[in-house]
Ligand binder design. Structure first.
Ligand code: ADP
Length: 484
């Protein structure tokens, strides 16, 4: 991997704490390339005590960071952003090597990840308070927005760069210090942000990366250490619930980006070619391993056959392979459990009367490669209707009318992203309002951008990331009541 990089120093494997590069008290853990199964790096495995030390360093650094002007922080964040852009090819190669997504997609993620640093760096200057007319003649009321303190993150492997920047950027912009615990599958993309933070001149202790093979130990430290004032998590609803329970003892402010089970609805007045294109991006990007991926594709009866046929053609044109090979559109899945889940959902569809339209089995390439799959005749009682597949499986459900599909789409504990394709304006408005989701894509399959508030309702989470709203998760409001 080092030989692929223009700047081999970007491949760093130690923890970054208080501006120092630190070995792990628990030795190292292996990082493997999911496309080939080979070990590409051995990364510092930190103990819980080392993470406590990192939190202390962050606390010490946070006050001075918060005392800087918004503009001073913005200038430094801008350098961090510029370094990401300059090194995007190397950052992308590191990301592909540990995560598996095609290089073009990985470089795209670096651009997306960087955009949060650019956006929130600018926002650092605009953390406006408020004045409120007093309730008595002698009273003056002022509202200040102040950084919450040290924020800690736990993030998944599916977007190893962007899931960190979209938390760290608003945190740092607000004047918080940050301690990041990356997923053990993909720590390299997090550690390299430490390398760039150091080069950008982010003061020691403001941004820390604490890799560890024991997520639960680090999660406990984050929740129990009084130095942490804010926990921000992206991952499964199951783990989110555990963390919220643990954080309750300190009444800690939490942001939770949890699971999704996105419906993707194609109405009979949709532009079918656009719907197929949207479904392909929405379902097969990152090989189906995103929390906003279409999980259930509902197609109205009148266009069901035509849509299925067009989708089959598009799916069969995907090019499966190693993400570092030119021309690959679809990489491997992250690990063997991911394959099992996809297979389990396919088997369940088949044993309950559904059929495979294309794909349906492991790929000839072996390892964790799987054939992109479309199944038809799927109904609400099947597993895929209730659980997130997180893999390359597009299940097609047939529906008759609007009310029926809205009820089916909302019949889940999740409420992150939803999508539909239609042209009739009143239908568009009605359906957008009726979907119980934090995000609705209308005639588009791609909804992620740093300028909009990303987040879920119901058991998909708490808080929003991106947009001017995103910084609020890292701020406290203080109201000053003055008698004059
Ligand atoms: P997925 O692996 O499907 O993305 P998870 O919720 O299992 O979703 O993992 C998301 C992140 O949470 C990963 O970094 C994982 O290591 C971490 N994690 C898993 N279990 C715990 C736990 N009990 N406490 C804290 N973090 C955890």
């Amino acid at each position: 991997l080092k030989s692929l990089l223009k700047d081999p120093e970007l491949l760093a494997t130690k923890a970054y704490i208080g501006g120092q590069w630190v070995d792990g008290d628990n030795g190292t853990f292996d990082v493997t390339n999911p496309a080939r199964g080979d070990v590409i790096a051995q990364v510092a495995d930190l103990s819980r005590a080392q993470v406590a030390g990192a939190i202390a360093q962050a606390e010490a650094a946070q006050k001075e960071w918060a005392a800087m002007t918004g503009k001073e922080r913005a200038v430094i964040l801008r350098r961090w952003f510029d370094l990401m852009v300059e090194n995007a090819a190397d950052l992308g190669a590191i990301l592909t090597a540990e995560q598996g997504k095609p290089l073009a997609e990985a470089i795209g993620e670096i651009g997306y990840g960087a955009s949060f640093i650019e956006f929130f760096g600018e926002e650092a200057k605009r953390i406006y308070g408020e004045t409120i007319p007093g309730h008595q003649r002698d009273k003056r009321i002022t509202v200040l927005k102040q950084p919450i303190g040290v924020a800690a993150s736990i993030t998944p492997w599916n977007f190893p760069n962007a899931m960190i920047t979209r938390k760290a950027a608003p945190a740092l912009a607000a004047g918080c210090a940050f301690v990041a615990r990356p997923a053990k599958e993909t720590p390299l993309s997090a550690i390299v942000m430490g390398v760039l933070a150091e080069r950008a001149g982010i003061p020691a202790g403001v941004f820390n990366v604490v890799p560890s093979s024991s997520a639960s130990q680090i999660g406990k430290e984050f929740c129990e250490n009084p130095g942490i004032r804010k926990l921000t998590f992206t991952g499964s609803t199951e783990v989110g619930r555990i963390l919220m329970k643990q954080a309750a003892d300190q009444v800690m402010k939490c942001s939770m980006e949890l699971g999704g089970n996105a419906p993707f609805i194609v109405f009979d007045d949709a532009d079918l070619d656009a719907a197929v294109e949207g479904a392909m991006m929405c379902k097969f990007r990152n090989n189906g391993q995103t929390c906003v991926c279409a999980n259930r594709i509902y197609v109205q009866a009148g266009v069901y056959d035509e849509f299925s046929a067009k989708l089959k053609v598009a799916v069969e044109a995907l090019n499966i392979g190693d993400g570092l090979t030119a021309g690959t559109t679809t990489g491997p899945l992250i690990n063997a459990e991911a394959i099992e889940k996809v297979q389990e959902h396919i088997d369940d569809v088949l044993s309950n009367g559904g059929a495979v339209l294309t794909g349906g089995a492991a790929h000839d390439l072996g390892g964790t490669f799987f054939q992109p799959t479309v199944v038809t005749g799927v109904t609400q009682d099947m597993k895929v209707a209730q659980e997130e597949t997180f893999g390359p499986l597009a299940p097609l459900f047939k529906f008759e009318d609007e009310d029926e599909v809205i009820a089916m789409a909302n019949d889940t504990i999740f409420g992150l992203a939803s999508y539909f394709y239609a042209k009739d304006l009143s239908r568009v408005y009605k359906v957008a309002e009726a979907l119980e989701y934090g995000i609705v894509g209308v005639n588009t399959g791609i909804i992620s951008t740093e300028v909009a508030p990303f987040g879920g309702i119901k058991q998909s989470g708490l808080g929003r990331e991106g947009s001017h709203h995103g910084i609020e998760d890292y701020l406290e409001m203080k109201y000053i009541c003055m008698s004059v």
